[in-house]
Design a protein around this ligand. Structure first.
Ligand code: NAI
Length: 319
């Protein structure tokens, strides 16, 4: 069976890491029909729209997107394409699993936590006005509807997680432990003892900031994946941005986008292919000779992708 997926390569390092990921996905033997579109400033040049109608129609059709980062120019009132897409398709829950990879030295081994970020409102509502000349007020919108649906998403996930653990360790498991930490304290707590959390549920801005902090716990932005879930569709994208400082040099780490693609494969029911890629990632990280610069290696983006494909081939022959 072939999967139709809307592909948004994005800009900056986006096309490089997406291309590497697509090559790896195709090497699994699964058939994909990619519907590829630009978004943001690049799309505007071609379609005179930041999110072209064709792109929106494609997501409505496929209901699944794989997306690279899109730059948001600073100032000038340009609103983020990433935020717009999440709002347009009501992708209210941003799901970001934070886990270590083998042999990547970090301050904390064995991290396993999930950031669930509210994805549609807060300061990202983009509502601001000038109160008096020289004073601008930004509104941080929080609604009952959006807060309830993202909380339900996190609790439903937590329920499953704790249930699985409970089967292993105890017949009688208590209800989910719920605690509240204010964001400044949470930053300190995460640095002192990140193991105390399983799931961090946060509104939009804090979820954005703490996602990067958590990425730092496990080796950096080149590693951490993400998924935006709504009721109708899902768009899979890494936590990182377009990294203009390293764009076009074939040095970006595609692991974060690749791991986002793994979440996509699971969403599509392709568990076996996901496992194959996951094992290949572990293998390449264990070996260390084909890692990118951000994690202490010297390999390029495409060389890393070649190594993953090679590791998948070895698994095939080993079976
Ligand atoms: P960034 O995440 O692009 O980069 C931060 C630092 O991490 C840079 O030093 C970069 O080189 C490094 N980095 C990021 N991804 C990497 C990778 N895969 N491999 C190796 N190193 C990596 O954050 P920044 O610089 O604040 O944002 C750049 C642009 O990206 C901005 O326009 C921002 O609005 C946009 N952005 C887009 C996102 C999206 O499309 N979902 C998310 C975050 C930012």
């Amino acid at each position: 069976m072939s999967h139709k997926v809307t592909l948004i390569p994005g800009d900056g390092i986006g096309p490089e890491v997406i291309q590497a990921t697509v090559r790896i996905l195709e090497a699994t033997g699964i058939q994909f029909e990619w519907e590829s579109f630009s978004a943001g400033a690049e799309a505007f040049e071609k379609y005179k729209e930041y999110i072209p109608k064709e792109l929106s129609e494609s997501i409505e059709r496929t209901r699944v997107g794989l997306k690279g980062p899109v730059t948001t120019p600073i100032g000038g009132g340009f609103s983020s394409i990433n935020v717009q897409l999440r709002k347009q398709f009501e992708l209210f829950a941003n799901f970001r699993p934070i886990r270590n990879l083998p042999h990547i030295p970090t301050r904390y081994p064995g991290i396993d936590l999930i950031v669930v970020r509210e994805n549609t409102e807060g300061l990202y509502s983009g509502i601001e006005h000038e109160v008096v000349p020289g004073v601008v007020e930004s509104l941080k919108i929080i609604t009952e509807k959006a807060s309830t649906r993202v909380s339900r998403f996190a609790f439903e996930y937590a329920d499953g997680l704790f249930l699985r653990c409970s089967r292993a360790v105890s017949k009688e498991y208590p209800e989910i432990t719920y605690g509240e930490h204010i964001v400044d304290n949470t930053c300190m707590q995460l640095v002192m003892n990140p193991y105390q959390y399983d799931i961090l549920l946060m509104e939009n801005l804090y979820g954005d900031i703490l996602s990067d902090l958590c990425a730092g716990l496990v080796g950096g932005l080149g590693l951490v994946p993400g998924a935006n879930f709504g009721l109708e569709c899902a768009i899979f994208e890494a936590v990182h941005g377009s990294a203009p400082d390293i764009a076009g040099k074939n040095i970006a780490n595609p692991t974060a986008v690749l791991r986002s693609a793994l979440l996509m494969l699971r969403h599509l029911g392709e568990e076996e292919a996901a496992l194959k890629i996951r094992n290949a990632i572990d293998e390449v990280y264990r070996d260390r000779s084909k890692l990118t610069r951000d994690v202490g290696g010297t390999a390029g983006t495409s060389e890393f992708a070649d190594a993953i494909i090679q590791a998948m081939e070895t698994q095939k022959t080993a079976v």
